[in-house]
Design a protein around this ligand. Structure first.
Ligand SMILES: [Zn+2]
Length: 409
């Protein structure tokens, strides 16, 4: 199986210059042959061979290098990858899957690929023309999985350099554990508490994410007061870009840790089906969710459930998980979005709104896969494995009815 991970590069000044040369040369070659292929088509469209293919351009590249010797300063294979990507763009165009290829612009989508001779040793990544290796930081867990590197792609975003490592995973995926209510968990996703589990553990959205979000908002306001197109304006845009990048990276890291902990700990994971469009239509919520991070998290959970041989069950998002009492099954129709506490007027139970929802989600998931009958609730409370990862809290149920209700789950 092939997967990928993105790491951040910390090149020294010399390496930065060489990286820029790679971006520039690959872009030059791409644009040069985009033009050549168009020209050729115009002059040959009625002849037997009406267009240039990848091999034609590869042969022409040899001549081009004689003409522009600076092209020798960069990895020859990266230039060829540029031709490959141009060829794919044309193929997509011919098959009507895409528009006609566009010229690549400096500073927009800067990238180049290295298909071979990549090696990782410690915190450095080595590839042709970069003999001392470039220092990098990335997820240790992901790096451990790498058996064989397929290729790497270097990109630049908001002034920072990144490397996507595309690699083969050594082991076959483990066999799935049998579906069972034992060690199963329901997950409620939220804004303030990022996840609330049906065993009462909640992991808060980390403070640093709030902080960066707040900072971005302030920068955006400052930007609106600057003159469009001025050098100050451009500097400010770059600043905002960097903050967004930081936000994305920290969110990735946070979600990686939480999803791994859940997938490792529980055998059956039950989650609500998410409709990203639906979530984003709600303006108030959309603000905090940003780039559909719930969806992102669910994708991570899916992949990690596969990786650890666990089951992921999705329930319909229209199931009334918030309004139902997870103790007695009473439907509280007048529950408002602002009500953070669920209080049941029928059985008298009081608990955190999200905790109540998570318990319902678990129950609905177990009903869906036939492990629990709709009428009964013989579900044990699992113990959580999220301790020590991020600040979490233990939810409680305040009983005002009978005292043995908690154990019913
Ligand atoms: Zn109730």
């Amino acid at each position: 199986m092939i997967t990928s991970t993105k790491v951040k590069l910390y090149p020294n000044e010399m390496q930065k210059v060489l990286l820029e040369k790679h971006f520039g040369s690959c872009r030059f070659v791409y644009n040069y042959f985009l033009n050549k292929r168009d020209e050729y088509y115009i002059t040959h469209k009625d002849s037997k061979k009406s267009s240039l293919n990848y091999l034609d351009t590869q042969n022409m590249l040899t001549e081009l290098k004689e003409q522009y010797p600076w092209l020798y300063e960069v990895n020859a294979q990266s230039l060829q990858m540029s031709l490959r990507s141009l060829d794919n763009a044309f193929k997509n165009f011919f098959h009507k899957n895409a528009d006609h290829p566009k010229f690549r612009k400096k500073g927009k989508n800067d990238y180049f690929a290295i298909p071979q001779h990549v090696r990782i040793k410690g915190n450095r990544i080595y590839f042709p023309k970069f003999k001392e290796g470039i220092y990098f930081k990335g997820s240790k867990e992901r790096l451990k999985e790498i058996k064989e590197i397929n290729q790497i792609i270097i990109t630049k975003d908001a002034g920072y350099y990144y490397c996507s490592i595309i690699y083969e995973i050594s082991d076959e995926l483990p066999e799935k554990k049998p579906l069972s209510s034992e060690n199963s968990i329901g997950i409620d996703l939220g804004i303030e508490k990022f996840v609330t589990l049906s065993d009462g553990i909640a992991v808060e959205n980390p403070r640093f994410i709030y902080k960066v979000e707040k900072r971005i908002k302030k920068l955006q306001e400052e930007l609106s007061r600057k003159e469009k197109g001025s050098s100050n304006y451009r500097k400010h845009v770059l600043k905002i870009g960097k903050k967004y990048m930081k936000l994305r990276n920290e969110r990735e890291d946070f979600q990686d840790k939480v999803s791994t902990a859940i997938a490792k700990q529980y055998d059956t994971i039950i989650i609500e089906n998410l409709n990203v469009e639906g979530i984003q239509k709600n303006h108030h919520i959309a603000k905090s969710i940003g780039d559909a991070s719930f969806y992102n998290f669910k994708q991570k959970l899916l992949w990690k459930a596969d990786k650890y041989g666990k089951n992921l069950v999705e329930i319909g998002r229209f199931d009334p998980s918030s309004k139902l009492c997870s103790r007695c099954g009473n439907l509280k129709k007048d529950l408002k979005l602002s009500d953070r506490i669920y209080h049941c007027d029928v059985c008298g139970v009081t608990m955190d709104r999200d905790y109540n929802a998570a318990r319902n989600i678990r129950k609905m998931g177990l009903i869906k896969v036939g492990l629990v009958q709709p009428e009964s609730t013989p579900v044990e409370i699992a113990t959580s494995g999220l301790h020590g990862i991020y600040p979490y809290r233990q939810m409680s149920v305040v009983e005002s009815g009978s005292s043995d209700a908690l154990a019913e789950g």
